[in-house]
Design a protein around this ligand. Structure first.
Ligand SMILES: [Zn+2]
Length: 272
């Protein structure tokens, strides 16, 4: 059976539900901070938003609420798709990349951010945001919220809380107590080739053997309730990678393979 299809995705969600996991959006998680087996389900809608409508429908049929982060660019920002996902009861967040769009000009970037946030709030009362990492761009989106010494700003225009935002996963989650999974590079152990979608705890997790390649590997570990699947998990997927259609699936697989080679070379060269 092929991985990264809608059926393998459904199977993965089933494994969490059957193991007694409570699956929540990021917003719900921050509001109630549940303890024990909780899965925070996050989707970065980088491209092809109708693929996200498909995962949103699957989740809805299973009674699950997840978070969908939309970019402002045309490839992601399709009002009809956003509305459909909202109508299925999911959370919408802003997948911001204003530093990259404004070439690192923080003053322009914050105005851009404010306008874009307002735009997305016309669909949903957005309360969480999440950075879109552009590996080939030299600007880190999170710098919008940091002072020149790299510390998180407290209050004022460069503190996202000033906009009624309650969380940004890269700042608001303690990854010492929440295990992180991402499908970067069309595999679950792609953090090895990821430049920005990674957390500092990953080296320790590798030492503990908490490395999973396929969705079946995760499902097996979840079923066995072996650590880290005995506690909190955040899982990020990019729904554009998940499809049942053979041709787009093959295309996504080969594009990701080439990208992984390039990213590995960039890490090796120490360029970013
Ligand atoms: Zn993204």
């Amino acid at each position: 059976m092929r991985d990264f299809t809608l059926s393998s995705y459904k199977n993965l969600l089933h494994s969490f539900l059957q193991a007694g996991y409570k699956i929540t959006s990021f917003e719900q998680y921050l509001d109630s901070r549940p303890v024990g087996k909780v899965l925070v389900l996050r989707h970065d809608v980088d491209l092809r938003p109708y693929n996200s409508v498909a995962t949103a429908e699957i989740e809805h049929s299973l009674g699950i609420t997840a978070s969908y982060y939309f970019r402002i660019v045309k490839a992601s920002n399709v009002p009809d798709a956003i509305r459909r996902i909202v109508s299925l009861g999911h959370e919408i967040g802003y997948h911001y990349e204003d530093m990259a769009i404004c070439n690192g000009d923080k003053v322009k970037a914050i105005s851009n951010f404010e306008a874009n946030l307002e735009y997305f709030r016309s669909f949903y009362p957005v309360r969480t945001i999440c950075m879109h990492g552009v590996p080939t761009n030299r600007y880190d989106g999170r710098d919008l919220w940091r002072d020149s010494n790299g510390y998180k700003n407290q209050g004022g225009r460069y503190d996202y809380r000033s906009y009624g935002i309650i969380g940004e996963p890269y700042f608001g989650i303690n990854f010492n107590s929440v295990f992180y999974l991402t499908d970067t590079g069309c595999r679950w152990d792609g953090f090895r080739v990821s430049l920005r979608d990674k957390v500092p705890q990953q080296d320790e997790w590798v030492r503990k053997g908490w490395v999973y390649h396929s969705s079946w590997d995760i499902a097996r570990a979840v079923k066995a309730a072996e650590p880290p699947f005995d506690g909190a998990v955040m899982m990020t997927t990019h729904p554009q990678r998940w499809t049942d259609q053979s041709l787009p699936w093959l295309k996504e697989q080969s594009v990701q393979r080439v990208k992984n080679i390039i990213k590995r070379a960039m890490i090796w060269a120490g360029g970013l």
